[in-house]
Design a binder for this molecule. Structure first.
Ligand code: SAM
Length: 266
C-alpha cells in the first residue's frame, strides 16, 4: 500500500486540516529554509497549503507539487494561478523526477500516511542536488494532539473497534520522538536536525470541531462514517460532552505539536 490517507472531499479536508496546515506551513518553512531562485518540490501537496506558502516565502524559480490523490491534484490546480507552479499525480515513493533536480524537497503532513515512509525520504533525497535540503513535518498523534486524542480516547472507550483505531492512529510512521531523525540519518542525510512546531487549533463551537469528522474526513471520519446510526449518536454525544467539559458549547482552543526534521543531501 502506498498511502493510508482517507481521501474524501477536498473542501471537507480544508475544514478538517487545511485551515491548520496553512498555519503550520510558514513555520515549517522557517525551519526548512528557502532562498530566492530555488526550485522546490512539494511532496503530498493536498489542497496546496505548502505550495501557496512557498510562493509567499521567496521569489522561487519553480515549484513542482505532487500528490497521490487525483482529488487533491485537481483541488491544488484549481487553487493556483501562478505559472511557476506545476501540479501532477505521483507517488512519494517513486518520484517522477531526475536525480538532483531540486534545491529542496519538502513534505507537509504527509510521511505519516506513507506506510513505507523511508522510501519516500530516500526518493526526496535522490531528487535533491548535493547540498540541497530534505525536510518533513508530521503531527505527534500520541502525545501532541489533545483535541484528536480527546476524540479518539472517547471512541476507544465506547468499543473494541474504537480501541483498534486508537492503536493504529497513535503510532503512524515517523511520529515517535527521534524516529524521523533516525530515518533521515539512515538515508545518508547530513546535519540532521529535529524540532517541534506548535499550532493552536481554534474552534468556534462543537459543530465546527466535529462537522468535518462527522462528514467522513480523515482517519477519524472514516471510522465514524462506518458506525451504525445508534452508535454514531452515542459517539457524537460522548465527544460533545468531552469537548464541552461541563461548560456551555462555544469556542475551544487546542495546542498541537508536530515533529519537523531536516537534513542536507550529500
Ligand atoms: C494530511 S494531507 C496533507 C496535505 C497538505 N500537504 C497539507 O498539509 O495540507 C496528506 C496528503 O498526503 C498525500 N499522500 C499520502 N500518501 C502519499 C504518497 N504515497 N504519495 C504522494 N502523496 C501522498 C495525500 O493524498 C494527502 O493529500
Amino acid at each position: 500500500m502506498t498511502s493510508t490517507f482517507n481521501v474524501h472531499d477536498a473542501g471537507g479536508y480544508e475544514q478538517l486540516m487545511g485551515r491548520w496546515s496553512r498555519k503550520l506551513a510558514p513555520r515549517f518553512l522557517d525551519f526548512a529554509g528557502l532562498g530566492p531562485g530555488e526550485t522546490v518540490l512539494d511532496v503530498g501537496c493536498g489542497n496546496g497549503s505548502l505550495t501557496l506558502a512557498l510562493l509567499e516565502g521567496a521569489d522561487l524559480a519553480a515549484i513542482e507539487a505532487i500528490d497521490y490523490s487525483p482529488v487533491f491534484v485537481e483541488a491544488a490546480r484549481r487553487r493556483n494561478s501562478d505559472p511557476r507552479v506545476s501540479v501532477r499525480q505521483a507517488d512519494a515513493c517513486a518520484l517522477p523526477f531526475e536525480d538532483g533536480r531540486f534545491d529542496r524537497a519538502l513534505a507537509l503532513l504527509v510521511l505519516h500516511f506513507v506506510p513505507e515512509a523511508e522510501k519516500a525520504i530516500a526518493e526526496m533525497r535522490r531528487v535533491v542536488r548535493p547540498g540541497g535540503v530534505v525536510a518533513a513535518v508530521v503531527w505527534d498523534h500520541l502525545g501532541g494532539m489533545p483535541g484528536m486524542r480527546m476524540t479518539i480516547d472517547t471512541l476507544a472507550a465506547l468499543s473494541e473497534a474504537g480501541r483498534q483505531l486508537r492503536n493504529r492512529y497513535c503510532f503512524q510512521p515517523m511520529m515517535q520522538p527521534g524516529e524521523m531523525r533516525q530515518a533521515f540519518i539512515a538515508q545518508g542525510l547530513r546535519e540532521v536536525a529535529e524540532t517541534q512546531l506548535i499550532v493552536r487549533m481554534d474552534y468556534a463551537e462543537f459543530d465546527d470541531f466535529w462537522g468535518p469528522i462527522a462528514a467522513g474526513e480523515g482517519p477519524l471520519g472514516k471510522f465514524v462514517g462506518g458506525l451504525p446510526p445508534e452508535e454514531l449518536s452515542r459517539a457524537t454525544a460522548a465527544v460533545r460532552d468531552a469537548y464541552c467539559s461541563g461548560r456551555p458549547d462555544g469556542p475551544r482552543s487546542f495546542a498541537n505539536i508536530a515533529w519537523a526534521c531536516r537534513g542536507i543531501a550529500p
